[in-house]
Design a protein around this ligand. Structure first.
Ligand code: NAP
Length: 254
């Protein structure tokens, strides 16, 4: 039997990449020559995801497709990961970026708001990691980058659910990095500070100024700032970095 030749071009999946940080990461990985699968949570965002996939193919000459999947569902996450693998013939990079907030003080936080944030941010990361792990272990190579937050490291008033989910992401990252290092698969977490996206759009000018005053760089971050870091962690050059949490916050004091 002749051995199957693996396609040369690497394949990447970025969850929650219809907009914001995920979108910038998808563009950045495509720019580095990877085929990229774009993902969003619902049919409502599919046109934006499809537009991005078309832009990626036209600009960088790589394959790109857009798939709807709710990462909080184990079944949908598995189908998503398998579909990206089948489309590209390999899966080299998984970026678990999909995330939501449902802020509120603990005393007033609804159980459903706690559960929704844990389900998407933490369980969604677990679901996709689990599905990709099987493929990457067999492949004996891979890069997983999980999106945490500085809030997962330090905590933040009004974000107990979000902080718990992002601290949990760090726990998954460190544990899985130990499991996968012998198979040449690295697992790292990125912990952004305040990045200008829809997620931080609700901030008033006053809040924005107050936040900026606590950032040594004197400005909020841009999605591209985070994408540059993720692109490096996803590269061959980052092969000796695993189990790490890298803050990207412009030098912020919470
Ligand atoms: P965003 O602009 O609100 O975009 C969120 C993305 O996640 C969208 O593409 C959204 O898809 C997707 N998504 C949400 N729920 C999903 C689900 N159940 N399944 C699949 N996709 C889902 O957020 P962002 O600011 O770019 O944040 C991206 C990540 O960085 C998140 O994990 C966030 O917690 C983290 N982060 C952000 C900041 C910041 O300041 N912005 C700071 C630290 C960490 P739809 O379009 O379908 O809704």
């Amino acid at each position: 039997m002749t051995e199957q030749v693996k396609p040369e071009r690497k394949g990447a999946l970025v969850t929650g990449s219809s907009r914001g940080i995920g979108r910038a990461i998808a563009l950045s990985l495509a720019e580095s020559g990877m085929n990229v699968c774009v993902n969003c949570s619902s049919e409502r965002s599919l046109p934006a995801a499809q537009e991005l996939a078309a832009q990626i193919s036209a600009t960088y000459g790589v394959k790109s497709l857009a798939l709807v999947a709710n990462v909080a569902s184990a079944e949908e996450a598995q189908t998503l990961v398998e579909s990206a693998h089948v489309a590209f013939g390999r899966l080299d990079v998984l970026v678990n970026n999909a995330g939501i907030t449902r802020d509120g003080l603990v005393a007033r936080m609804k159980e459903e708001d706690f559960d929704a944030v844990i389900d998407v941010n933490l369980k969604g990361t677990f679901n996709c990691c689990k599905a990709a792990t099987k493929i990457m272990m067999k492949q004996r190579s891979g890069r997983i980058v999980n999106m945490s937050s500085v809030v997962g490291v330090s905590g933040n008033a009004g974000q107990a659910n979000y902080a718990a989910s992002k601290a949990g992401v760090i726990g998954i990252t460190k544990s899985l990095s130990c499991e996968l290092a012998p198979r040449n698969v690295t697992v790292n977490a990125v912990a952004p500070g305040f990045i200008e996206t829809d997620m931080t759009d609700a901030l008033s000018d006053k809040q924005r100024e107050a936040i900026s005053s606590r950032i040594a760089c004197g400005r909020l971050g841009q999605p591209e700032d985070v994408a540059n870091l993720v692109k490096f962690l996803a590269s061959d050059e980052a092969g000796y970095i695993t189990g790490q949490v890298i803050c990207i916050d412009g030098g912020m004091a919470l």
